[in-house]
Design a protein around this ligand. Structure first.
Ligand SMILES: [Zn+2]
Length: 90
């Protein structure tokens, strides 16, 4: 199994390797989708924005240890105006 060839099931972009900080509770590398056009990221961001008006979203993240999908909270610095614009339109 070659983890470097993992791709996002939502946008088919290659996943990026991420070393979580110890406090996250994950003791091994995770793989996440860093594509801002990913449908997973965009739909999650819209939902959170409408519900909480917070500037964060979820990125698709894959845990190679158990093969599970884990929503990864991602802050979106510098994209708040864009985010608000989307929310107003909704
Ligand atoms: Zn993706």
């Amino acid at each position: 199994m070659n983890n470097d060839k993992l791709t996002c099931p939502y946008c088919e972009e290659p996943l990026e390797r991420w070393e979580p900080s110890p406090y996250t509770g994950w003791g091994h590398d995770m793989f996440y989708c860093n594509n801002n056009r990913c449908s997973y990221f965009i739909s999650g961001r819209e939902k959170i924005c409408q519900k909480y008006e917070k500037n964060f979203a979820y990125r698709y993240c894959y845990d190679p240890e158990n093969g599970r999908e884990v929503p990864l909270v991602a802050w979106c610095p510098g994209e708040l105006s864009l985010l608000k614009g989307r929310c107003k339109a909704a």
